[in-house]
Design a protein around this ligand. Structure first.
Ligand code: CO
Ligand code: CO
Length: 316
């Protein structure tokens, strides 16, 4: 383990990105993310990969500045026009985010993969970690859940058009606006972004072994319409089952809560929303501002409690 005094966030905690202080008033945030396609359209995939890679910087309260492309491409078996479309999608999304592409690296691979390494900046005193919630704080989730279940349904050939469109829109929406609105507030105590571990998996991380607990109102958590039917038809991603198995001991489930809803709350997300922990008064203020700014699915989904410590009470 590094003992460099300028290292603010390193590898020892399950944080979203690394943070290194350069000056009293300046730190850099570094993160990297790349993966295989989860939609058929190359341009959309490029946009999703960039939205996802930038998200960890936003989740820490930072501003992404520069990025480098990471490309694995089967050049012998796939037309290069596909790669061009992916990179164009990525470029357009970086442009929207105000992020400058300054380089990259590509290798030949049997399987297509794309993503970014990202560098951002933040004031060292303003770094948001995924832990630090105080009793009475509210939790705001900024995007609806369901991207994992939808991409599993897509592979099975049974995702209808509106649902696919909704999922793609969700995965290509930057967390930039949400992060900017959050930055104006005084009582934001913690933040993370919802990705592979699912909503409940990331929520569990926020309070694991902590001196506080969490209550989640299952029926207040936003998810795509039509999702329950898919889960009932056993369209369940392998990652969802892993997430649930791994974290279920940390979640006390109200017997009235339908199993399909618990499943949805564990669905692994790609480029999911922010989960923000903040004071009660500012939570309602932020929620209103988000709705006004078009972050339509944002919702208050629960709160930090004094007990059960280190656990989530899932009420219905
Ligand atoms: Co993250
Ligand atoms: Co990440």
């Amino acid at each position: 383990m590094s003992s460099d005094p300028n290292l603010i966030v390193g590898m020892e905690h399950a944080e979203d990105a690394g943070v290194y202080q350069l000056r009293d008033d300046l730190a850099i945030i570094q993160t990297v993310d790349f993966f295989t396609p989860i939609v058929d359209d190359p341009y959309t995939f490029g946009q999703i990969a960039v939205t996802n890679a930038l998200s960890d910087v936003y989740a820490m309260g930072g501003k992404p500045l520069t990025a480098m492309n990471i490309v694995c491409f089967p050049i012998k078996t796939m037309p290069v026009s596909i790669l061009r479309d992916i990179l164009r999608g990525g470029m357009d999304k970086m442009h929207e985010a105000g992020v400058l592409l300054i380089g990259g690296h590509s290798v030949e691979d049997n399987e297509l993969k794309y993503g970014l390494s990202v560098t951002g900046v933040i004031h060292p005193a303003k770094v948001l970690l995924n832990r630090g919630g105080e009793v009475g704080d509210k939790l705001i989730l900024t995007k609806a859940l369901g991207t994992g279940i939808v991409s599993t349904a897509l592979k099975a050939g049974i995702a209808d058009e509106p649902l696919q469109a909704k999922s793609a829109r969700c995965m290509t929406t930057l967390n930039k606006k949400a992060a900017e609105l959050m930055a104006d507030l005084e009582t934001v105590h913690a933040c993370t972004d919802i990705t592979g571990f699912g909503f409940l998996g990331h929520a569990c991380e926020m309070i694991e072994d902590a001196n506080v607990g969490m209550r989640i109102e299952a029926s207040h958590v936003p998810y795509f319409p039509g999702l329950k039917k898919l889960v009932d038809d056993l369209i369940i991603p392998a990652g969802l089952i892993r997430n649930k198995r791994h974290r279920m001991t940390q979640v006390l489930v109200d017997p009235a809560c339908p199993e399909s809803l618990v499943d949805i709350l564990f669905d692994p997300q790609t480029a999911g929303g922010l989960l923000i922990v903040l004071g009660n008064a500012e939570a309602w203020e932020l929620l209103q501002k988000m709705h006004d700014a078009g972050i339509e699915d944002a919702a208050i989904v629960g709160e930090i409690t004094a007990a059960p410590k280190g656990k989530i009470e899932l009420v219905f």
